[in-house]
Design a protein. Sequence first.
Length: 354
Amino acid sequence: MEVGGAFSAAVLKDVLSLKMGRSVASIVRSHVPEHRVSQMMDHFTQYVGSSPYASPAVLCSIAHMQTEEGIWYPIGGTRAVPEALSKLAGELGVDIRTGTDILRIETGGGSVSGVTTAGGETIACDAVVSNCDAVRTYRELLSGTPESTKFEKSNRYEAACSGVVLYLGLNRRYEQLLHHNFVFSKDPEEEFDYIYKKGQPAPDPTAYVCAPAISEPEVAPDGCESLYILVHTPYLRPGHDWKAMLPGYRDVILDKLERTAGMEGIRDAIVTENSLTPEGIHNRYRVLNGAIYGLASHGKFTGAFKPGNRRKDLHGLYLAGGAAHPGPGMPMVLMSGWIAADSLDQDVTNGKFA
């Protein structure tokens, strides 16, 4: 009884340490009264596309993990990670089909039976790992099935925020830039109110500016810079037309960088440019309403929980990606694929596909 009591006390202590029922912002501000420092600290919640005022306090751990464990940069950029995984998969005999759109997951008798491509081909299979958004997997790929209907009835998920990305090749460098830079809004409450409540782009947004040439000079010619600039926006709402909205919001972003980041003359320095908007994100990555980070982590008690990787309602279906456990962000998304694959391997080993 003493051992059990000690164990229960330890578990209770751990549960209490999660500060359930409190938000990230309230915890941060209870320890850090200086508003600029607290804004910097609770902005880590944006790594999962959510407002610190609505997210559970357990997500304060994001700041701890990054500051204690540091950040990894793959030489070759983010694309080097899937390229390495693709190379390994090829060496292991995996058949990779690029440019093949999946229109439907076929089912029968409560199990997965195959997938149908946009070209009309049906590929028989016992298991499917979907890295499409969890909601869109059920809503679109399983449309018309009992599992889809049941999922929609219990669907309480909210899309995370989206964003505008500017990819800029400059003919100069700004020496004040580090690899990772944040240019904060003046009023975070107003910014988050626009993004998460009003559903409109914030007039004074926070900008993340990545200058990877600092860590990998080969990404830009000598004396030049290759910038990745991300500004969070609402997920797609009715009436959002980003083809019409982008030029004006591009000016808002560039004005912000000139005004507050010391990046005067940035427009004249642009040699090459590309962009990505919520519409592009929605269509390219099959996420919910253009949400970069899958599903929002809102809710002060259970907001951090995401749909499980092994689906109990449909045998043979597994989920991966930012809208599945453990959540969004490159390390978490990679971990979701590992968990899904490990779950499938365990099920095969235990004879569940015999």
